[in-house]
Design a protein around this ligand. Structure first.
Ligand code: M6R
Length: 614
């Protein structure tokens, strides 16, 4: 949700900034812009549309070679995605250039106040208010850092701000509240950015800024204070992945690359988390076992794909721990007055660790004295920092807007947590836990087996390229898999798609079934005979009404053969682990279909990877 970068150092700033923006384009691609300081004057270039438009503008109208620069790629909130509304925004006195990620909630009142002082606004954005306020403060004699602290004290909402002052070509100043910002610490050069991907090419040393902090950055120094100017604690960390992980490595899309990375991502998530005897060790879970034993309710809170991972996890966690487990969409959570006590365990799932709805849910849960465990893929992000404990999914950077390895690793991490709770509470025998852990540890090669056999799914995408609607059916853990399959199609192939619990079909959705409609059905393993047989009946019901059935069933399941127009076989795993193999073909189907339709798979319209506004 907007990517921002600032640079001070010996390199040509515009080159560093544009390269960083390209790596963060997944965060927003409605417009892009940058600002540098040349001979005491701000130079700005900005364009609506993707970074390619900005790059063309720079070719046409180049910027000077400078040693300081800031840049922004936008996901529009206030004001349409036009050149004028693109960031950076400049103060009326032409001293300040500012970029912003977030929403300034009280911007309308501040704008009226500034207009009454004779300030004329150029754009429709909330951001320009902050740029103008900074301009007013520096005109009164404040230095840029003082001005930033004063202005931040007046802003309400969520913001990361990065500003430069034309009179100070050696320093940039940034601030954050509720939106992400990391500092990249190089040798004789420093960076600020929404995401380490922006500067990973130059340094892997980073500092995560805390809530309500201001950072002053020169090429040789990084100074962090709170909004009152007091020195503030910092959280340095080393990025554990390198530039190659943030590049496409020969794939056409990040999404496709990330689908293929899933065996490793799941293996890395499981790595080091169990002992040779099969018992679990979650050393990072700094919550006393006595507290985990007293938990009487679990609430999983997440958004989008992460929410569906939570729906899968509920089945396993309840089955293994016998603790009641609810799953809640984060944006709904705190508005319905949920019943939370000191013995409620809230588990949040977030790939980015920055999703605003999930973050607000955490804050609400902790205010009610619940313990919060974050399952997250991004080291040092806000959600893990504000939680009582964190289990990191070691998926590596996920850049495609459509989450893939994020989903599988969230499911795997939830399973680790469920088994650990069962272990601590004595809800399962040790040998049972060891057996499930062994099975979980065996899934990466099975996921690879699915990846190696995806050709029929690719052919299917060619066959369905003109379809108007696709349905997905599943039961038990197959139901969230169906929801996830449908979400992938909606978000990248812009195709109407719905996921239903197969048993619910005859209560309404079956009316949607018409001649030729593709229906994907995830069939539970035959071992769960009742469920399996009921789903087989559901396939017959839709086929009798003209549906074209694509059946995903375990190898050796002959019962489904007569009812499958296309059969995709899945490796044999137990029911609870089936989502780890069954989701993969659905991800690839969406990726193929969107590619055939000529859509930008990694940057689907209207979306952004990390949703940092509510
Ligand atoms: O970073 P998070 O896991 O918190 O993101 C949650 C959702 O925004 C995300 O899963 C979204 O639904 C994806 N675009 C789905 O592919």
């Amino acid at each position: 949700m907007c990517g921002i970068i600032g640079y001070v150092g010996p390199r040509v700033a515009r080159e560093v900034v544009v390269a960083g923006l390209r790596r963060m384009e997944y965060r927003g691609y409605d417009s892009a812009g940058l600002a540098v300081i040349d001979a005491g004057e701000l130079q700005i270039r900005k364009k609506a549309g993707k970074i390619a438009n900005l790059a063309a503008e720079l070719d046409h109208d180049p910027l000077a070679d400078t040693r300081i620069g800031i840049g922004h790629t936008r996901w529009a909130t206030h004001g349409r995605p036009t050149d004028v509304n693109a960031h950076p925004h400049v103060s009326q006195n032409h001293r300040i250039a500012l970029i912003h990620n977030g929403i300034i909630e009280n911007f309308a009142a501040l704008r009226l106040e500034l207009e009454a002082q004779g300030i004329t606004f150029e754009s429709e954005t909330d951001t320009e208010t902050a740029a103008q306020l900074l301009g007013v403060e520096v005109a009164k004699g404040a230095d840029l850092a003082e001005a930033m602290r004063t202005v931040c004290g007046r802003l309400e909402g969520a913001f990361t701000l990065v500003a430069i002052d034309s009179t100070e070509p050696e320093r940039l100043v940034a601030a954050r509240r509720n939106s992400p910002l990391v500092v990249g610490v190089g040798e004789g050069e420093n960076f600020v950015a929404s995401d380490v991907a922006a500067f990973i090419e130059f340094t892997r040393s980073a500092i995560e800024l805390g809530q309500d902090q201001v950072v002053e950055v020169t090429r040789d120094s990084v100074t962090v204070t709170d909004f009152d100017g007091n020195p503030a604690p910092t959280h340095p960390f080393e990025v554990t992945w390198d530039l190659s992980a943030a590049e496409k490595a020969g794939y056409d899309w990040f999404m496709r690359k990330e689908i293929y990375e899933q065996p490793k991502a799941v293996a890395d998530t499981l790595l080091g988390r169990f002992n040779p005897d099969g018992s679990l060790k979650l050393d990072e879970l700094h919550i006393p076992e006595a507290e985990l034993r007293s938990v009487d309710k679990i609430i999983i809170v997440a958004c989008g794909t992460a929410y569906y991972a939570g729906l899968v996890a509920k089945y396993a966690i309840e089955h293994w721990t016998r603790i009641a487990c609810e799953v809640e969409i984060a944006s709904e959570f705190r508005y319905r007055d949920p019943i939370i006590t000191g013995t409620t365990l809230v588990v949040t799932l977030s790939q980015s660790g920055e999703t605003a709805d999930t973050l607000m849910a955490i804050r609400h849960a902790r205010e009610q004295h619940a313990k919060v465990i974050a399952i997250c893929n991004t080291n040092g992000a806000t959600i893990p920092r504000e939680s009582d404990a964190v289990i990191y999914t070691h998926a590596g950077p996920e850049i495609g807007v459509a989450s893939t390895k994020g989903f599988l690793t969230q499911v795997a991490a939830c399973y680790l947590l469920g088994l650990y709770l069962a272990q601590v509470r004595g809800a399962m025998f040790d040998d049972e836990i060891a057996r499930v852990m062994r099975e979980l540890a065996d899934t990466p090669p099975l996921i690879q087996q699915v990846l190696d056999g995806l050709d029929p799914i690719k052919a299917l995408a060619r066959r369905f390229v003109d379809k108007q609607s696709v349905l997905f059916l599943g039961r038990h853990v197959g139901y969230p898999v169906a929801l996830e399959g449908a979400l992938k199609l909606k978000e990248i192939a812009y195709l109407h798609a719905e996921g239903f619990p197969a048993g619910e079909l005859k209560h309404g959705p079956i009316a949607l079934v018409e001649e030729g409609i593709p229906i994907f059905v995830i069939v539970p393993p035959q071992g769960r005979d009742q469920l399996h047989d009921k789903v087989v009946s559901n396939i017959q019901e839709v086929r009798a009404r003209g549906a074209f059935t694509v059946v995903l069933a375990e190898e050796g399941d002959d019962e489904v053969v007569p009812y499958a127009d296309v059969l995709f076989t899945l490796p044999r795993v137990s029911t609870l682990l089936q989502p780890l193999v069954a989701t993969v073909p659905l991800q690839m189907f969406a990726c193929e279909l969107a590619t055939l339709k000529g859509y930008d798979v990694d940057q689907p319209r209207n979306l952004a990877k990390s949703v940092t506004v509510e």
